[in-house]
Design a protein around this ligand. Structure first.
Ligand SMILES: NC(=O)c1ccc[n+]([C@@H]2O[C@H](COP(=O)([O-])OP(=O)(O)OC[C@H]3O[C@@H](n4cnc5c(N)ncnc54)[C@H](OP(=O)(O)O)[C@@H]3O)[C@@H](O)[C@H]2O)c1
Length: 240
């Protein structure tokens, strides 16, 4: 039998738009209180307002996840406002594309700083709360690019493969505390990360929407605590 997640608390990174925003709203509909992290406070405030219209608590903390001090301060603020997390969704990430020799080394490095070190810093700050409760869920958003390399994606693929490895290793470490650590590996999702300013013109029937991913995450979180899907890959049915 599945479990109810009503009354739990989730911290979500990259919650200002795209997949992070969609999962914050979907969790709020399920009665989950949410802590929202991204760099832009104004977009977090807008999401928080929408979240609270579902009758749950929301707290925001502006932070660049690639900065460990900022992450520690953000998690401590969410902790003060909401109490410790039951669920962590490491969603914030950036994409860097181009031929290997043409990507600026600073951009290559930044991709790892956000996608890998950011995920590490946030997890490092939240994990003690879950261990203390002897239960919890961590969903890391990797990518189909974290399972298969593609041309012109060395920085992005490299960083997402790293998230994959880190997630699996951590999962093996903390299963004994009833903590489920898993990756989601979506292929193309219609967000600003992919379509930028042209997002409004995208055919919503053709591409996966952030809401589809959000529903999928909620269904995984509702599984009985004795089971989890350690890795899943989401594809659009007919993107042609
Ligand atoms: N869209 C896809 O096709 C797709 C496919 C597979 C995997 N993914 C992964 O899914 C995740 C979410 O992607 P998305 O498409 O929803 O992207 P998005 O629409 O660009 O949203 C990214 C979110 O992350 C935040 N963010 C970016 N850099 C940050 C940083 N350094 N510190 C804190 N927050 C930061 C952004 O807010 P601020 O700019 O205000 O910080 C924003 O809220 C990413 O990890 C991405 O790699 C996406």
């Amino acid at each position: 039998m599945a479990q109810s997640i009503k009354g739990k608390t989730a911290y979500i990174t990259g919650a200002g738009r795209g997949i992070g925003k969609a999962v914050a709203l979907e969790l709020a509909r399920e009665g989950v209180h949410v802590g929202l992290i991204a760099r832009t406070e104004s977009s977090l405030e807008r999401v928080a307002e929408e979240v609270m219209s579902h009758g749950v608590k929301a707290s925001v903390a502006a932070a660049d996840i690639s900065d460990m001090e900022q992450v520690n301060a953000a998690i401590s603020k969410l902790d003060d406002d909401l109490g410790g997390a039951d669920i962590l969704i490491n969603n914030a990430g950036i994409g860097t594309y181009g031929p290997f020799l043409e990507i600026d080394p600073e951009d290559w490095k930044r991709t790892f700083e956000v996608n890998v070190f950011g995920t590490y810093y946030v997890t490092r700050a939240v994990l003690p709360q879950l261990i203390k409760k002897n239960r919890g869920d961590i969903i890391n958003i990797s990518s189909s690019s974290g399972l298969k390399g593609t041309a012109n994606s060395t920085a992005y693929c490299g960083s997402k493969f790293a998230v994959q490895g880190m997630t699996e290793a951590l999962m093996q470490e903390v299963r004994q505390h009833n903590i489920r650590v898993m990756t989601l590996n979506p292929s193309l999702v219609a967000t600003e990360l992919v379509f930028g300013d042209e997002l409004d013109q995208v055919d919503t029937e053709k591409y996966m929407q952030p809401e589809d991913l959000a529903e999928h995450m909620v269904s995984q979180l509702k599984l009985h605590p004795r089971i989890f899907i350690k890795q899943s890959l989401q594809w659009a049915t007919n993107p042609f």
